[in-house]
Design a protein around this ligand. Structure first.
Ligand code: SF4
Ligand code: SF4
Length: 383
């Protein structure tokens, strides 16, 4: 049982409630959508304790509660000032142990089956990756840099890849792609606790990237960034033969070194949403802000919840599959935060956040327009 490895941490929870926040100051989106103690980090430590003591067994009902957690990491940050418990790791361990006892929620079966068989979350044939990506403005066959778009960009937001590569082209940078050899990074398997499958996907992607001989892998997806840079070395037990860079870091460097020059836009203020997986998980807070602030006369107005206190978009942890409407309400609250800044443009740096926030904005009938950061930069390049 994977949970056993966290026994000491689980018993160190003093039930201080620091991870909960106040009743009006929402810290935990899981608590926000479910409202019960069992859906808070503190409650989850009690569940974990009961499982260890065999006072509770895995059931579909229990697993459904575990899937109210967005794995956003806000509780980890709060608990780092209390008992330093790795709450999200413990939640993932419970999801993993549930799978190992044979309990998989019906709603998760189609996506995980499609992923195992087709190597992308949409169950599309791999050749479609090649077809979609062949439209990209690629320069160079023997590049040192490989662009890893990931499933959401390839199949839902190819424009983000197109815009990113147009920027790189304008700076004279060559990129390689894996094309149909690219598999999903494996994040949905990590969310559901299917670690063996994550390992299979990690081994495949690392092998294919290694064969390309590139030094750096660039991604526009916060999930792909976290999984490739943080999870792959742990899963495979080796240092990667390449560096992983998120597009916000890359663009910040390009702008800082004068490779691209940005011009004034037709609007003068935007706000920025920190994706959990590059924010709290990787502390990439300043680079996206620096990119936005490089655009002349553009003001970045912060939402009250920003950087490590940022509210999740609602797209994390596979909650949107298990509790779809509730996940959307988390996104709608994030749109409300954006509206409160007075900005009409909400910039973010992850296709999954773009997808969730666009949907939330539409459902809320909000005037907020969600824009990916590379698309904002390309607009300011005025090519
Ligand atoms: S902050 Fe940590 S120690 Fe305090 S209740 Fe939450 S999980 Fe337990
Ligand atoms: S990871 Fe996020 S959603 Fe899950 S318990 Fe922690 S704060 Fe709540």
């Amino acid at each position: 049982m994977m949970l056993e490895g966290y026994r000491k941490q689980i018993y160190s929870c003093g039930r201080c409630g620091y991870c909960l926040g106040g009743y009006l100051d929402h810290v935990c989106p899981s608590r926000f959508i479910a409202g019960f103690e069992s859906s808070t980090a503190r409650g989850r430590m009690l569940i974990a304790r009961a499982l260890l003591e065999q006072k509770l067994n895995y059931s579909a009902e229990l697993v459904s509660i575990l899937f109210t957690c967005f794995l956003c990491g806000a509780c980890d940050i709060k608990c780092s000032q209390a008992a330093k418990i790795k709450i999200t790791e413990i939640t993932k361990a419970m999801r993993h142990d549930a799978i190992n006892t044979g309990i998989m929620l019906d709603k998760l079966i189609p996506e995980t089956k499609a992923l195992s068989e087709s190597h992308n979350i949409y169950g599309k044939p791999s050749i479609q990756r090649k077809v979609l990506l062949s439209r990209l403005p690629i320069r160079g066959e023997k590049a040192d840099l490989l662009y890893f778009p990931g499933c959401v960009i390839t199949f839902r937001y190819p424009q983000i890849a197109f815009n990113t590569l147009k920027i790189l082209n304008s700076a004279g940078i060559e990129v390689a792609l894996l094309g149909e050899e690219e598999w999903c990074c494996g994040n949905p398997f990590l969310f559901t606790g299917m670690l063996k499958e994550t390992e299979r996907f990690a081994a495949h992607n690392v092998k294919k990237i290694r064969e390309k001989g590139v030094k750096t892998v660039l991604t526009s997806c916060a999930g792909c960034y976290r999984v490739l840079s943080q999870e792959y070395p742990k899963i495979l037990g080796e240092e990667l033969p390449f560096k992983v860079v998120h597009v916000t870091q890359f663009l910040d460097k390009l702008i800082g070194e004068g490779y691209i020059k940005l011009k004034k836009l037709s609007y003068d203020r935007v706000t920025y949403h920190d994706p959990c997986e590059i924010g709290r998980y990787a502390e990439i807070y300043e680079e996206p802000r620096s990119v936005i602030q490089s655009i002349p006369y553009l003001k970045l107005v912060e939402m009250e919840k920003n950087r490590e206190n940022a509210w999740c978009c609602g797209g994390g942890g596979s909650v949107n599959i298990v509790h779809t409407r509730r996940a959307l309400s988390v996104g709608q609250l994030r749109i409300k935060h954006a509206e409160e800044t007075g900005a009409k443009i909400l910039v973010t740096a992850c296709p999954s956040c773009v997808q969730m926030l666009e949907l939330a904005s539409k459902r809320k009938r909000s005037k907020i327009r969600v824009v990916d950061i590379a698309s904002l930069v390309l607009e300011a390049l005025k090519l």
